[in-house]
Ligand binder design. Structure first.
Ligand SMILES: Cc1cc2nc3c(=O)[nH]c(=O)nc-3n(C[C@H](O)[C@H](O)[C@H](O)COP(=O)(O)OP(=O)(O)OC[C@H]3O[C@@H](n4cnc5c(N)ncnc54)[C@H](O)[C@@H]3O)c2cc1C
Length: 378
């Protein structure tokens, strides 16, 4: 068993950490307050090669692998959660196009997607009536000559207001139901960005509704083949869930760092509150839980890198990391007392940002279902 990172992985982690410290952390509060999409920071991530980390170099990516990607994303989330989710969805979309695209689609879409000309990419599965029940989607795609005509509405789509490439899941056959995936460009007739969500946390990230009204998609933009769409979505989410685990670990780390610093500075009863055992226990529990979650996410990433099945481990990492991060952020607010409740300190933002990690890409309840289903099958 080997816990050491490779030189390349360490370099990527260091690069992401220093970028997050210098360019993300100082601006995260303002991005949150203004609900401002972090365009400048996202462009810098493209320039750093962090937006195609799971795409091979021959298509313009970094080919860094799932472990290096997990390390980088964790550091980015430690600096700014809004930027991290933007990065996570872009990498997930780029990987899906690489994995399921044919050679022509790869050559056409991947280089501009990972360089930023088309990105950040978006992934459109969720609908008003289909969240946890992803198979319940109703958007239809009807073949008409050399085009598919799509009708339907997607909700909560990250990046889609800024994206020039959206992977869209739609129903191509009703009985038995078949779902297919398409590469969609916003310039296609019938594509419309609808309502933008105002969110509790990750407020700088872009979350919008998408409306397709007789949207015409060239037949050559079908990913893989008809009926493969659900498999494509679930494969993408398996990898994506490791990414959510990383986001949670990154945000929790930032919250713990803030709590440690505050505990040493804040004086009550004539001494730093860090002297009180009640505070020390909260700090210690948080540190232990963060390390446990970090190892779970890295283990899932390692299994993915080895090319073995990692569905259960990705769900375990996502479930544990997101729930522990919520606890850690909650304690960090508690340690700050009244100052934890106001925006002058970062921990109330961390608590708001982290909540969504227990919800998107499958709620905690759905992760438990996935884990149990795999246990019972084994
Ligand atoms: C900020 C944000 C960004 C997002 N980005 C994207 C994106 O880019 N692309 C995309 O496609 N989607 C995206 N989503 C959607 C997200 O994945 C869904 O919100 C999530 O999967 C839950 O679906 P839902 O909101 O419809 O909740 P529901 O499915 O309605 O769930 C409501 C409650 O019921 C529980 N529940 C449901 N079914 C079961 C069951 N079988 N057993 C036990 N409990 C159950 C859930 O756990 C939850 O507690 C995003 C969401 C948010 C908030």
């Amino acid at each position: 068993m080997e816990f050491e990172l490779t030189e390349e992985q360490k370099l990527i982690q260091d690069t992401a950490r220093s970028f997050a410290e210098k360019e993300l952390k100082p601006k995260a509060a303002e991005i949150d307050e203004k609900e401002e999409f972090p365009a400048e920071q996202v462009k810098a991530l493209f320039d750093l090669g962090m937006m195609g980390m799971l795409v091979p170099e021959e298509y313009g990516g970094a080919g860094a692998g799932p472990v290096a990607y997990a390390l980088a994303l964790t550091e980015i989330a430690r600096g700014c959660a809004s930027t991290a989710v933007t990065m996570a969805v872009q990498n997930m979309v780029a990987e899906a196009v690489y994995r399921f695209g044919n050679e022509e689609q790869r050559r056409k879409y991947l280089p501009p997607l990972v360089s930023g000309d088309l990105g950040p990419g978006a992934f459109a599965l969720t609908e008003p009536g289909a969240g946890s029940d992803a198979r319940g989607i109703r958007t239809t795609a009807v073949k008409n000559g050399n085009r598919y005509v799509l009708n339907g509405t997607k909700v909560f789509i990250t990046n889609a207001g800024y994206s020039k490439l959206v992977v869209v899941m739609a129903v191509t056959k009703k009985d038995p139901k078949e779902i297919s995936s398409f590469i969609v460009e916003p310039s296609f007739p019938g594509f419309r960005v609808g309502k933008k969500e105002e969110k509790m946390g990750i407020r700088g990230s872009n979350t919008v509704e998408l409306v397709f009204e007789d949207m015409e998609v060239p037949a050559e933009n079908l990913l893989s083949k008809e009926g493969d769409g659900f498999k494509i979505a679930m494969t993408a989410l398996d990898g994506g869930r490791i990414g959510i685990g990383c986001q949670a670990v990154g945000i929790a780390t930032a919250a713990l760092e803030a709590a440690v610093q505050y505990a040493k500075e804040r004086q009550q009863f004539g001494q730093p509150i860090a002297n009180f055992q009640a505070i020390q226990w909260m700090l210690a529990d948080s540190a232990v839980e963060i390390e446990a979650a970090r190892l779970l996410t890295l283990r899932a990433a390692y299994l993915k890198e080895k090319g073995v099945r990692f569905t259960k481990e990705a769900s375990m990492a996502k479930l544990f990391a997101s729930e522990m991060a919520y606890r850690v952020c909650h304690r960090a607010v508690q340690i700050h007392g009244g100052y934890g409740y106001v925006s002058e300190y970062p921990v109330e933002r961390h608590l708001r940002d982290v909540k969504v990690t227990t919800i998107y890409e499958g709620t905690s309840e759905i992760q438990r279902l996935v884990i149990a289903r795999n246990l019972l099958r084994e």
